[in-house]
Design a protein around this ligand. Structure first.
Ligand code: 5RP
Length: 224
């Protein structure tokens, strides 16, 4: 099976976790896009969605699925999203698709977080995938120095094919931090959150996934 077929398989499996007549939180990225396409098939069963990025909102609306502002929504039954790395505890690195801040916000108000990913994303120790950190642009260098002091090697994310900084949906910039071996994800998340100028860190450990659906050649594996 190709990586896309594995992503499609977990996207289909995630439909089991959609709660009828409720608001569903929807993540960002290629796996989340496959999920949106599956959700479109059962859109009449849900009240609507909250999107974790402008790109996701556009795809949802393109399918005729209602997208609500989080401020108008009292509760989200389930949040379904991909990840860049996952460990056995359900902690994740996210933000490869630049949507980490809104993803974290939507996840934080959701009763359940269902992570969908191809099996290659499951690792023993996270950190091979550079950890994205969204920063206020004026604080970029100060935050970069603080991340270096933690042992990381921060690199400013650029708009593809340019020398210009990538700008997120929130007007932030992204530092992708390599060289970290994340043996205590909860502690590192708390430490990076303390750095003034950080908007959000793409480490989802304090609030990790409740369920991970992993696409494997032999089928979808569920980790709880
Ligand atoms: C976006 C994310 C994505 O969930 C993550 O990058 C995985 O993406 P994909 O499903 O394309 O592999 O965190 O900010």
């Amino acid at each position: 099976m190709t990586q896309d077929e594995l992503k499609q398989a977990v996207a289909r499996a995630a439909i089991e976790y959609v709660v009828d007549n409720e608001i569903i939180g929807v993540g960002t990225g290629s796996t989340a896009n496959f999920f949106i396409d599956e959700l479109a098939k059962i859109k009449d069963r849900i009240k609507g969605t909250v999107a974790s990025s402008e790109a996701t909102a556009a795809r949802l609306r393109g399918h005729g699925i209602a997208v609500y502002d989080l401020n108008d929504v009292p509760a989200i039954a389930v949040y379904i999203d991909g990840a860049d790395e996952i460990d056995a505890s359900g902690a994740m690195i996210k933000g490869g698709g630049a949507a980490l801040t809104r993803e974290k916000i939507v996840a934080s108000v959701s009763k359940q977080f269902v992570c969908i990913a191809d099996g290659s994303k499951l690792v023993d120790v996270m950190g091979k995938f550079p950890l994205p950190v969204e920063v206020v642009p004026m604080a970029r260098e100060a935050v970069a120095r603080a991340l270096s002091a933690l042992g990381g090697v921060p690199k400013l994310r650029l708009k593809p094919g340019t020398d210009e900084a990538f700008v997120t949906d929130n007007g932030g910039q992204l530092l992708d931090v390599s060289g970290l071996s994340i043996t205590d994800p909860v502690a590192l998340e708390a430490q990076i959150n303390q750095i003034v100028g950080v908007i959000a860190v793409g480490l989802f450990a304090a609030r990790g996934a409740n369920v991970c659906l992993l696409g494997m050649a032999e089928g979808v594996k569920t980790l709880k």
